[in-house]
Design a protein around this ligand. Structure first.
Ligand code: CAA
Length: 293
């Protein structure tokens, strides 16, 4: 398929940005419409403050090739720079959220190539995103697809979702956080079972294990994800970012260190206008008007 001029420019920008280790060349505002090859991006919500990113290679069950990850990295970077956006949803298309890293792209890779290129290192853009992210898992979330969902802050699942780490069947292991994030979320026994057998679990099993926070009928998933995202986006973006940082710290440190960190962040909210506004609005029985200050 021929690339449009915009797509070419954007993919060149991405390559240059990768070279200099920064994404600062990108547009300040989130691009919607037809600017990408492998994803679709829309602004959603009554206030257009939700970025909705569709992984869009349905014929390959949204297998995560280099192009899809590059597009996703650019869209996330743009969404973070766009002051209007308060939350980001990543979802799939067709039967899948994402059926994993692209096996056809990996088939002939060598150990040396993986080492030299830092294979999969750049997937981390999702985990590093400072704005809140919701994975709306509509179908298969397997291998890298399950790992991508786990990099998001919240997983909402459709009743048709299937989660799994089937890499063992391919003679490899999860390589984008699956052995680590899954174990922290669902515990050792279920993580071991999933990683060692490669078997899938259903949406309800994911819910029971704490991997997903809600399960919705498939045709209602996106509406519910947008409502959740709008709810988050209506809060102070500044305080949301601090809250996200505090919860994520629970995964990175000891309880004692985490509690100390939380206390510092809690105190820091008292240096913001939005903390004062939130409490004053409550006392005066009115809605808070946050200014992200
Ligand atoms: N990579 C590349 N192509 C993929 C793919 C993947 N991960 N998953 C599915 N596809 C492609 C298939 O090759 C097929 O394409 P063709 O029509 O060109 O043959 C198309 O998507 C549809 O797939 P199926 O015909 O297999 O559909 P199905 O309904 O029979 O089965 C499935 C669905 C169970 C999800 C099956 O496709 C499957 O098992 N996919 C692979 C899942 C997997 O192993 N994921 C882990 C990848 S490794 C990884 O992710 C490493 C990491 O940690 C980062």
């Amino acid at each position: 398929m021929a690339l449009s001029a915009t797509k070419l420019l954007r993919s060149n920008l991405f390559s240059s940005a990768k070279l200099v280790g920064t994404l600062s060349l990108h547009s300040k505002y989130l691009n919607t419409g037809d600017s990408y090859n492998f994803i679709k991006v829309e602004k959603k919500g009554a206030k257009n403050n939700v970025a909705l990113i569709y992984l869009n290679r349905p014929d390959a069950l949204n297998a995560l090739n280099d192009g899809i990850i590059s597009d996703l990295t650019i869209a996330l970077d743009d969404a973070q720079k766009d002051d209007d956006i308060g939350a980001i949803i990543i979802t799939g298309s067709g039967r899948a959220f994402a059926a994993g890293a692209d096996i056809k792209e990996m088939e002939n890779k060598t150990f040396q190539e993986c080492m030299k290129s830092g294979f999969l290192d750049h997937w981390n853009s999702v985990a590093k995103c400072t704005k809140p992210t919701i994975a709306a898992v509509n179908g298969f979330a397997l291998g890298g697809g399950c790992e991508l969902a786990m990099m998001c802050d919240i997983i909402l699942a459709s009743d048709k979702a299937k989660f799994g780490q089937p890499e063992i069947k391919l003679g490899t292991i999860p390589g984008a956080g699956g052995t680590q994030r899954l174990t922290r979320v669902v515990g050792k026994s279920l993580a071991m079972e999933m990683v060692l057998t490669g078997d899938h679990i259903s949406a309800n099993e994911a819910l029971a294990a704490g991997l997903a926070s809600k399960v919705y009928p498939a045709d209602d998933l996106l509406n519910k994800a947008i409502k959740t995202a709008e709810n988050i986006a209506s809060k102070s973006k500044l305080i949301v970012a601090m809250a996200k940082d505090a919860v994520n710290t629970a995964y990175e440190t000891t309880l004692a260190e985490g509690i100390k960190f939380e206390k510092k962040i809690f105190y820091a909210t008292f240096a913001t206008d939005d903390r004062k506004e939130g409490m004053t609005a409550f006392v005066n029985k009115r809605e808070a008007e946050f200014k992200d200050q």
